[in-house]
Every structure is written in structure tokens, then in C-alpha cells.
Design a protein around this ligand. Structure first.
Ligand SMILES: *Cc1c(COP(=O)(O)O)cnc(C)c1O
Length: 380
């Protein structure tokens, strides 16, 4: 018998089912899921409306290629239009986040006919060769050199170097308004404004990667709405199809027509089951006013985590329900210890315990997170 190829360090639990913010393992233990598979289950596990939409679509048709029309896809585009700002006229469905980033880069290259991509320290944009080329972490990159060679990394939040960084060779500037994997670093308003001005000056595209920080996660529908700075293109993914695989590129005006037939494509993109799930997810998002719920619960969680009294805690970082507790030591052992207390979390960079819970977590769930972390830090 074959085995599962090993490219993750696997925790010793088997998850068998989930319901909203909770999951259960094969021994019947319940966990509060603040890991959510890197944020995917933000809308909860098996959210009933989303499940019903998936079931209904399964009875109609499972696959329709992008070169034919489909009503589930049309419905998604129509629902999704209600949560994107005016002027973002084109949506490119893809299957994963990294593909969305690849697509965004291709839009930048085709639109400008230039070669250089500007990215930033501590960025994370995905695992395929193009996205990996603009991802900062050496551990993710070093075995796969040479990557795309024309990448300039600037220092995240360093406003002073922006003008030098972005020049006439720049096709696009790619940045996460709130960095996820890289440590929950929040961009400053001045930084994003400087990037917008620099991109305008040389006619390069400004691309925001909102795959982790978008779709309500920060307490805004899109994190960039907190800044009052608009990109030309943004990417989204993770939670938008309620747990099914998805990546999206959203682009302004004519950028939606940048590709000639043949220049871009994807076998599975725009899959009707995924689109039906995503349409239902957007409806739930609007009905429950997810950003305002996140603002409220997120500020409570941040406040309570900020009151933790431990010598290993450095500070609390992040925005909304994208929160990290930065430690003075490696975070991994604490994430593992939290599991024994019934809380699933994850790390960010090396020393941050990251919480990406579903939006509907209760005050009791906040207590569970804070009390469990407080307990495991006692051993520090
Ligand atoms: C997760 C993530 C990606 C990659 O998404 P995949 O679906 O894993 O390919 C890209 N950018 C950001 C900011 C992410 O958090």
C-alpha cells in the first residue's frame, strides 16, 4: 500500500467531523478550531446554508468548463459583486491561492510588458514557482533556486525606500495589507499610501494579496478598506467557498480583458459546486454582517490576550480575528500544548502563536482560548 507523501509535520490527531467553530477527533474529543486550516473554515465547519447549496448543486451538475456558461457561476459573480468596491469589474476564478497570485502576476506582466516584481520581507504568497519567487522565507525557497529572477524585496513598512524600489522596470508591487504566515504584521497607512503613489508614478500595478486578510477576517470586508488605499488588483481565497478549494483575482476595469484566449486558463476554475458554495458563503457573510461581528469579537480577544501575564509573551499582533501572540521563544511547542487543552491554533513566523478562529466564536470560546494559553504558558 502506498503512503501519504510526507511534506507536513502531522499532529497526532484524526479529525472526523466539524460543526461551526468546533471539530471532533476519532476519540470523541471536541476542539475549538482556531486553526481552521490556515483560515479556510472562517465561516464555520459544515455551515448549514453552505452545505445545502453544495448538495443542491450536486444534483444539477458537478463540472462545466470556463468556456461555457453556468448559472451557479453567474450567481456567484452576482453575489460577490455586492461585497467588492465599485470599479472592480472583473473576477477571475481560480482553484487555490497560489494560482490566484500567479494569475495576478501574469496580469501585471502582460499589462505593463515589464519584468520586475516588487515584494516585501516576511511576505507569503504561495508555493508554486511564481508565487514562491515573491515569498520571503528562505526555508521555503532555498531548495528550489533559481526562481523567477526579477524580484526586488523591500522592507515591509519602510516608507523611505519605496521611491527607489519602484521604478520604470516594475510591472507590479505585491503586498499583503496584513501579513499572515510572516507573523501577523500590519501594514501602516503611510506604507500602503506610498506604494499606491509609487505605482501610479511609474504606471505599475499595485496588487494586494488578501488571501488570508480578506473576506472579513480583519473586521473589514477587505483589509485595504481599513486604509482607504485601493489596489488595481487583489487576490482572495481561503474561506470564500466555505471550505472548498478556491482562489480569486479581482481586477479593475480593463484589466479584466488583458488576456487573449490561450494566454490563461484552468481546467477546474469556476467549478459549479465551488461556485454554488461560494455564492452561499457570500450570502451568509452579508446576512450575519461578518465584518462587524469580527470587529467586536476580535477586539475582545485582543484585549484579553493583551492582559496575559507571562514573561514569555512579547506582544499581541494582528487585526480583527487574525491575531497573534508573539513570544520570546519558539511558538510551536505551545501550539501543540494548546491542542491538549482543546484548542487548535497555528504558528506564524517562528515565534508567534496565531489564532484564525471562525467568525461566530462566542465569549465562552474567547475564554477557552485565553485560559488555555494562560495555562500552557505557565509551564514556560
Ligand atoms: C494561504 C495563502 C496563499 C496561498 O494559498 P493556497 O490556497 O495555499 O495556494 C497566498 N497568499 C497568502 C497571503 C496566503 O495566506
Amino acid at each position: 500500500m502506498a503512503r501519504l507523501a510526507r511534506y507536513y509535520r502531522v499532529y497526532p490527531i484524526n479529525i472526523v467531523r466539524g460543526r461551526m467553530q468546533y471539530v471532533w477527533d476519532s476519540n470523541g474529543n471536541r476542539y475549538l478550531d482556531a486553526n481552521t486550516g490556515h483560515g479556510v473554515a472562517f465561516m464555520g465547519h459544515s455551515n448549514p446554508e453552505i452545505i445545502n447549496a453544495i448538495k443542491a448543486q450536486l444534483d444539477k451538475i458537478i463540472t462545466v468548463p470556463l468556456n461555457m456558461g453556468n448559472e451557479a457561476r453567474d450567481e456567484f459573480i452576482s453575489e460577490f459583486s455586492r461585497i467588492i468596491p465599485q470599479g472592480f469589474d472583473a473576477v477571475f476564478p481560480q482553484n487555490t491561492g497560489t494560482e490566484a497570485v500567479e494569475t495576478a502576476i501574469k496580469i501585471g506582466k502582460k499589462w505593463t510588458r515589464r519584468k520586475t516584481i516588487v515584494a516585501f520581507t516576511n511576505s507569503f504568497h504561495g508555493r508554486t514557482m511564481g508565487s514562491l519567487s515573491i515569498t520571503w522565507n528562505e526555508n521555503y525557497r532555498k531548495a528550489f533556486q533559481p526562481l523567477y529572477p526579477h524580484v526586488k524585496f523591500g522592507v515591509f513598512n519602510n516608507v523611505n525606500e519605496v521611491d527607489k524600489l519602484v521604478d520604470e522596470d516594475t510591472c507590479c508591487v505585491v503586498v499583503e495589507p496584513v501579513q499572515g504566515e510572516g507573523g501577523l504584521n500590519v501594514a501602516t497607512v503611510d506604507f500602503l499610501k506610498a506604494l499606491r503613489e509609487a505605482a501610479n508614478r511609474v504606471n505599475a500595478l499595485l496588487i494586494f494579496d488578501e488571501i488570508q486578510c480578506g473576506f472579513g477576517r480583519t473586521g473589514y470586508t477587505w483589509a485595504f478598506q481599513h486604509y482607504g488605499v485601493e489596489p488595481d488588483v487583489f487576490t482572495a481565497g481561503k474561506a470564500i467557498a466555505g471550505g472548498l478549494p478556491i482562489g480569486l483575482v479581482v481586477a479593475k476595469g480593463e484589466l479584466g480583458d488583458v488576456f487573449n484566449p490561450g494566454e490563461h486558463g484552468s481546467t477546474f476554475a469556476g467549478n459549479p459546486v465551488v461556485m454554488a458554495a461560494a455564492a452561499a458563503t457570500v450570502k451568509v457573510f452579508m446576512r450575519d454582517n461578518v465584518p462587524s461581528v469580527v470587529k467586536e469579537t476580535g477586539s475582545l480577544l485582543a484585549k484579553r490576550l493583551g492582559e496575559l501575564n507571562s514573561r514569555v509573551v512579547n506582544r499581541v499582533k494582528g487585526m480583527g480575528l487574525m491575531i497573534g501572540v508573539e513570544l520570546r521563544t519558539r511558538a510551536e511547542p505551545y501550539v501543540e500544548a494548546l491542542m491538549k487543552h482543546g484548542v487548535l491554533a497555528l504558528t506564524a513566523s517562528v515565534n508567534v502563536v496565531r489564532f484564525l478562529p471562525p467568525y461566530m466564536i462566542s465569549h465562552d470560546d474567547v475564554d477557552l482560548i485565553v485560559n488555555s494559553l494562560s495555562e500552557v504558558l505557565k509551564g514556560a
